[in-house]
Design a protein. Structure first.
Length: 462
């Protein structure tokens, strides 16, 4: 066997210290942008070039709030644009709560909350600040572009998703603003015991999975259809249902996937950035963040996030300090490709790789399997390239050639889609540019036993 094949020798591992690195690129003072759009930036949207901020009335009297844009935000001497979406009679401690940017269309969706439902509660804008439509709603609980269910009916799953306090489902507007699903007919997003004070939502563009903040908890809905998901709790926090500006951001970086969220249990202004901002994987495993030398002043813990996958950059708005920080995000040199096939409960096993490796120093990558059938046997196949070779039952082999397999791993007890497993692959130094591919194969147990496959994961050693 060739020496580089031997580099794949692996061992089972229960944990791996993750490496998410945030490299600070810029600090943007929002003071000028806030003139006429509120005195605090409550929400942010970032497309890698232009920065949108939405204002909140943090004063004790009625004020105007709105949205503004800083084109070419990372260029020398950028200038704020003309405010739009102005709401002149916004009560104290109310205003815009959510923004989301849709890269493919260039549209911006905003959630506005004056304390009750209003005609402009949810609005869609083009990149020039021209309103496309408005929905009568209370835009307090998260608005985001829903990618729909892979392979599903885009007329029933794709559009603008939103939630509301105490309501059971994710409502959905199509791109024209028409109702697709209501707060009662939309897919269920509640988790028993985790509160229903929804504050924010985001989606995985690849799988359609939904992530929400509810009473400061972090929730996940694994998508099973156009209007269906299975909800679980990723992070169970002390309840803080009366605290606003609790946000979540799905970071689908080509180096890995994780969630960012702010653990905001109070409005205290002595909260520290590094303690409040947390990261967690889609399976609930906490991630660690390396902020380098970046260490801002204490604040109110009210942070909003917007990630741009094309540039790998992240914008974080600090409500209290009235600033937006821009970071380059790096985590590990793996990315997903291809599609797995559904098994028990219509769950498609998901494979992700996390870790740190370089050609000079080597390193380790943890291959983590989730959404598999319980009490089943999993193997991990490794190769040098990608392929799409039909196996049967709608499943494809995505690794070629298959050099070796690691396992078996038992996924553990639980309900459909709860199975987890992982292997750690240790790579020695001296292989820069080497490409490795991986895929999990699950031999499901139970009355409907089958062999199902995960997506693929490719590693390129830098």
């Amino acid at each position: 066997m060739k020496p580089q094949y031997l580099a794949l020798a692996g061992a089972l591992c229960t944990s791996l210290s993750a490496q998410i690195t945030m490299t600070h690129l810029a600090e943007i003072d929002c003071s000028n942008a806030l003139t006429g759009i509120g005195n605090n930036p409550a929400a942010v949207a970032w497309n890698g070039t232009d920065l949108y901020v939405a204002g909140f009335n943090g004063l004790g009297t009625v004020q105007q709030v709105g949205i503004n844009v800083l084109p070419a935000a990372l260029s020398a001497g950028p200038s704020w644009g003309v405010p739009f979406g102005l709401q002149a009679t916004t009560p104290s401690q109310r205003g815009y709560i959510n923004l989301d940017f849709d890269g493919p269309t260039g549209y911006l969706v905003a959630g506005y909350d004056p304390g009750s439902a209003v005609a402009d509660g949810i609005t869609l804008w083009d990149s020039f600040g021209t309103q496309q439509w408005a929905k009568n709603a209370r835009g307090s609980s998260g608005v985001a572009f829903d990618p729909g269910f892979p392979g599903g009916n885009p007329l029933l799953g794709y559009g603008i998703g939103w939630a509301n306090f105490g309501q059971p489902g994710r409502a959905l507007q199509d791109t024209s603003g028409a109702d697709v699903w209501s707060l009662t007919t939309g897919m269920g997003i509640q988790v028993t015991g985790q509160g229903t004070n929804f504050r924010d939502m985001d989606f995985d563009a690849r799988t359609g999975d939904i992530y929400l903040r509810s009473s400061n908890n972090v929730l996940r809905g694994a998508r099973t259809g156009d209007n269906a998901c299975v909800m679980t709790t990723l992070v169970d926090t002390p309840e803080a249902g009366g605290i606003n500006l609790q946000n979540v951001c799905f970071v689908d970086h080509q180096d890995g996937e994780f969630l960012l969220w702010n653990d905001r249990q109070s409005g205290s202004t002595t909260q520290l950035w590094q303690q409040v901002i947390q990261a967690v994987r889609a399976d609930g495993t906490p991630e660690t963040i390396d902020w380098g030398s970046f260490s801002p002043a204490a604040s109110a813990g009210a942070y909003d996030f917007s990630f741009d996958r094309q540039t790998g950059t992240l914008a974080i708005a600090d409500y209290y300090l009235r600033k937006v920080q821009i970071f380059l995000v790096t985590s590990n040199p793996t990315w997903k490709y291809g599609q797995g096939c559904p098994g028990q409960g219509a769950f498609v096993p998901q494979l992700a790789g996390t870790g740190t490796v370089t050609g000079l120093a080597g390193g380790s990558i943890s291959y983590n399997l989730s959404e598999a059938a319980p009490l089943s046997v999993a193997f991990f196949a490794f190769g040098f390239g990608q392929t799409t070779l039909p196996f049967g039952n709608g499943c494809d082999i995505l690794v070629a050639p298959i050099l070796l397999t690691l396992g078996p791993v038992i996924t553990g007890p639980g309900g459909a889609g709860s199975g987890l497993g992982s292997v750690l692959v240790t790579l020695p130094p001296g292989y820069p540019g080497l490409s490795l591919t991986a895929q999990a194969v699950v031999l499901e147990s139970g009355p409907t036993s089958a062999i199902v496959f995960s997506n693929g994961v490719q590693l390129l050693i830098p």
